[in-house]
Design a protein around this ligand. Structure first.
Ligand code: ZN
Ligand code: ZN
Length: 280
């Protein structure tokens, strides 16, 4: 299967996962999505469904327009579907498919299961996509990863995992590792300061009910490294993270394993890859 992270982060999230005949799109957080697929030579006619992790705007911004132009069903947890409906994000003509604990769905040759994540949304989930040949797990927007989630991710060939913020940067509003000029190289311009410091209440929300730190993400990776060969780090904070820092911590955590690591970043200043694309 091919996995393409078209966008990742608080400005918009969208992932295409598919084989030669069938595909799903996970989250519709970028505009002109139907057209964008074409621009990247991703066959929109293969897309059998839009899967939504949760109702925050960076994940559903263009859901309604995309569902209308692609004529496909939308699949999510009951809580996410009802929040999307309440906010008018689902066209009346669209079929809704419930995903949840013990409830799987098939999109052509792609079998899809959901698992609960921990985030300040109604009923957020991650997804496992399996086409019989390979399996890809997607775990975004969660402040913790439980054993149940780990078990699901361990059984995947590739995992897209949130690596949102640096714990020390979140504490001090500076990147101390950048002092060594290892973490972000020339792109940091030698500056150790975060772009835009957050107020305390927002930091608390991110840490306790929002997102996964580089450190928590790397702990997950150290558990995955024996079974998962490909990892894409995603949903990096543009303020409290830098791609090379996230990569370094991930590489340390997966040492001894044979893991390909990709980093998807939204901030052009530190962008290491415009788009992450891999096959498993
Ligand atoms: Zn998000
Ligand atoms: Zn969110």
């Amino acid at each position: 299967m091919d996995c393409v992270l078209l966008a990742s982060g608080s400005k918009g999230n969208c992932i295409y996962i598919g084989n030669e005949t069938d595909a799903v799109v996970i989250d519709a957080g970028i505009g002109y999505l139907y057209r964008t697929l074409g621009e990247y030579q991703l066959p929109a006619e293969n897309v059998r469904g839009l899967l939504v992790t949760h109702e925050h705007s960076d994940h559903v911004r263009s859901a309604k327009a995309f569902l209308k132009s692609a004529h496909i069903p939308v699949a999510a947890s009951g809580g996410t579907l009802s929040e999307m409906e309440r906010n008018g994000m689902i066209p009346l003509s669209s079929e809704k498919i419930l995903l949840g604990k013990g409830i799987e769905a098939e999109f052509g040759t792609l079998r899809t299961a959901a698992f609960a994540t921990y985030h300040d949304a109604r009923e957020p989930t991650g997804f496992i996509i399996d086409d019989g040949d390979s399996r890809i797990g997607v775990c975004l927007d969660t402040h913790k990863v439980t054993d149940t989630m780990l078990a699901a991710l361990c059984a995947c060939d590739a995992v897209v995992l949130e690596s949102n913020y640096s714990t020390s940067a979140m504490k001090s509003d500076t990147f101390d590792r950048c002092k060594m000029c290892r973490s972000c190289g020339a792109a940091c311009g030698g500056s150790c300061a975060v772009l835009r410091p957050y107020p305390r209440y927002l930091k608390d929300r991110i840490i306790h009910d929002g997102h996964l730190s580089n450190e928590a993400s790397s702990e997950v990776l150290s558990r995955l490294k024996k079974s998962v060969g490909t990892v894409a780090l995603a949903h990096l904070s543009e303020n409290y993270n830098r791609p090379n820092l996230a990569r370094e911590i991930a590489e340390d955590a997966t040492e001894g394993g044979d893991v390909r690591i990709f980093v998807s970043d939204q901030c052009p200043m530190y962008r290491e890859n415009r788009m992450v694309r891999f096959s498993v």
